[in-house]
Design a protein around this ligand. Structure first.
Ligand code: PGA
Length: 249
């Protein structure tokens, strides 16, 4: 059985002091949750603080983004190799904010997925439709395309996670209904099965993200194909993120 996964996407929030304070308050709250995987995605400039607070604890951490080359003439980029050396276990790939504000394409994301896996970290590939695409009946087409193209160069036998994050639900307070989320997750699961067979697809965690809060987490967690959460706003406070982390599968 794969563990339920609860991941915090801090986006561009918190300085080192705030990250330390979070860790000190959060760790005791989740100490007894040994049957689940808890991950923090801090902004790169405070990854060092997060590493020193969480390395060696049951809480894992990862990069919000990395480049696919380990080093070279790529001004401003983050090296996946250095993330690994610092203790990162995960890297988010293709969050909708990266796709929208930084013009990241499926082709670029596929290279990142491959590079991250080759360094023995787990990429968490994010997919999701905009409101316009949902209203235009294109949800399935969009998320299947993002999944297939994003995994084009992936090693399907190496660890991998997927996050379904409908763009219209991110930071809007508008959560997808359990039916909408479960439908999208089962489409993604089915696509993974077509790509790799049921054994591997069953082992791939598919997280839901988009306005997850302590009050909607329990019902979402009960859905068959929801294997965890990627949480933005509600992950910034230790108590609300801990409440979400306690949601029972
Ligand atoms: P939200 O963000 O929980 O604030 O909607 C989720 C995300 O962007 O990963």
């Amino acid at each position: 059985m794969k563990p339920f996964v609860i991941a915090a996407n801090w986006k561009l929030n918190k300085n080192s002091e705030e990250a330390s304070a979070f860790a000190k308050e959060f760790l005791p709250l989740v100490e007894e949750l040994t049957d689940r995987e808890i991950i923090i995605f801090p902004p790169a400039l405070i990854a060092h603080t997060v590493a020193s607070e969480f390395n060696g604890s049951p809480v894992k951490w990862g990069g919000q983004n990395s480049y696919y080359e380990e080093s070279g003439a790529f001004t401003g980029e983050n090296s996946p190799k250095v993330l690994k050396e610092m203790g990162a276990d995960y890297v988010l790939v293709g969050h909708s904010e990266r796709r929208t504000h930084f013009a990241e394409t499926n082709e670029l994301l596929a290279k990142k997925v491959k590079a991250i896996q080759e360094l023995n970290m787990t990429p968490m590939l994010c997919v999701g439709e905009t409101l316009e695409q949902r209203e235009g009946g294109q949800t399935k087409e969009v998320i299947v395309e993002q999944l297939k193209k994003g995994l084009e160069l992936a090693h399907m036998t190496k660890p991998l996670m997927v996050a379904y994050e409908p763009v219209w639900a991110i930071g809007t307070g508008k959560v997808a209904s359990v039916e909408q989320a479960e439908e999208a997750h089962s489409i993604l699961r089915q696509t993974l099965i077509e790509m790799n067979g049921s054994d591997l697809a069953g082992g791939t965690s598919i997280l839901y993200g988009g306005s997850v809060k302590p009050d909607n987490a329990p019902e979402l967690a009960r859905q068959e194909n929801i294997d965890g959460f990627l949480v933005g706003g509600a992950s910034l406070k230790p108590d609300s993120f801990s409440d979400i982390a306690h949601a029972k599968k």
